[in-house]
Design a protein. Structure first.
Length: 285
């Protein structure tokens, strides 16, 4: 009901105010509408998978995934982490794929489960390898627990995005002109949307794992106040929170959610059907 009232306020404000976005009440209504309603389906997004909920839910999952204690624990934490981020990807991706709706949803769920399991296995593999061959040297500890987790999590985050949203570049997504009129369905636009989202997700979580590891290395060696395990844990949580909170807007703003693509880069049937030089699509989050 709150979302419906907000959207009604936007409709009425657009008719009465010359610059409705400058009005505080209208601005709040706009933000609520954008964050709560899917732009393609017009359906309300579940609360836990809306952009404002992404940071508070993903933060504890990132923290526990960074502990690198035991392989089985690490697998479980990363499985839960990738399950949430993949669910977020599915519910906030482009929903204009032209194929039988049931078959697309069934394929996405099947692919996503496989991608989540694979990503969790890859995340836990360095610890399994280290324990299996009893590699306990300081150099091995540095590589397995400090250096490898960041690129692995970044790559696996991009991988789950690409797999979960694979129907978009297999079947294509709708592209529109400046007036919102659908011009056609493009596989190239779908591929561009998925690549951009995967890259932004890799940058987000790869950096969130890498920077805290580097900073904690200097904290452990130089900070006198962080010599106890409890103090180190508190500093680690603070650093990860700061990096993730700072990187989240950077990741979301790397590419516009309303993506643009030149007409010349699209399929011949779309090129011949419009005179527009640039077309638009929903990139997703």
């Amino acid at each position: 009901d709150e979302i419906r009232r907000a959207r009604l306020l936007l409709e009425n404000s657009g008719k009465t105010l010359s610059e409705p976005i400058q009005n505080d009440q209208t601005k709040q209504a706009f933000l609520l509408s954008v964050s709560s309603v899917h732009p393609d389906t017009d359906k309300i997004t579940p609360v836990l998978f809306r952009p404002p909920a992404f940071l508070p839910i993903s933060l504890p999952l990132v923290v526990v995934s960074s502990l690198q204690l035991q392989a089985k624990h690490n697998f479980f934490y990363q499985f839960v982490f990738h399950t949430y981020t993949t669910g977020f990807t599915l519910l906030n991706g482009n929903a204009t794929t032209k194929a039988e709706e049931y078959s697309v949803q069934q394929k996405q769920i099947f692919y996503s489960l496989g991608a989540i399991s694979y990503a969790a296995c890859i995340g836990a593999f360095p610890l399994v390898f280290m324990n299996r061959y009893t590699l306990k040297s300081p150099f091995t500890q540095l590589v397995v627990k400090k250096l490898l987790p960041a690129p692995l999590l970044g790559l696996m985050s991009a991988f789950t995005v690409a797999v979960a949203r694979s129907p978009e570049f297999e079947n294509g997504i709708e592209v529109m002109d400046r007036n919102g009129k659908v011009v056609g369905v493009s596989q190239k636009a779908g591929e561009k949307a998925v690549k951009e989202t995967a890259l932004s997700r890799a940058v987000l979580f790869g950096t969130t794992f890498f920077l805290p590891a580097v900073l904690m290395h200097f904290v452990e060696r130089r900070a006198k106040f962080a010599k106890t395990p409890r103090a180190l844990a508190s500093v680690r949580i603070l650093v990860i929170t700061s990096v993730l909170a700072g990187m989240l807007p950077v990741s979301l703003s790397m590419f516009p959610q309303c993506g643009e693509i030149k007409r010349a880069d699209l399929e011949p049937e779309i090129v011949s059907s419009t005179e527009e030089t640039e077309l638009f699509y929903n990139r997703g989050i």
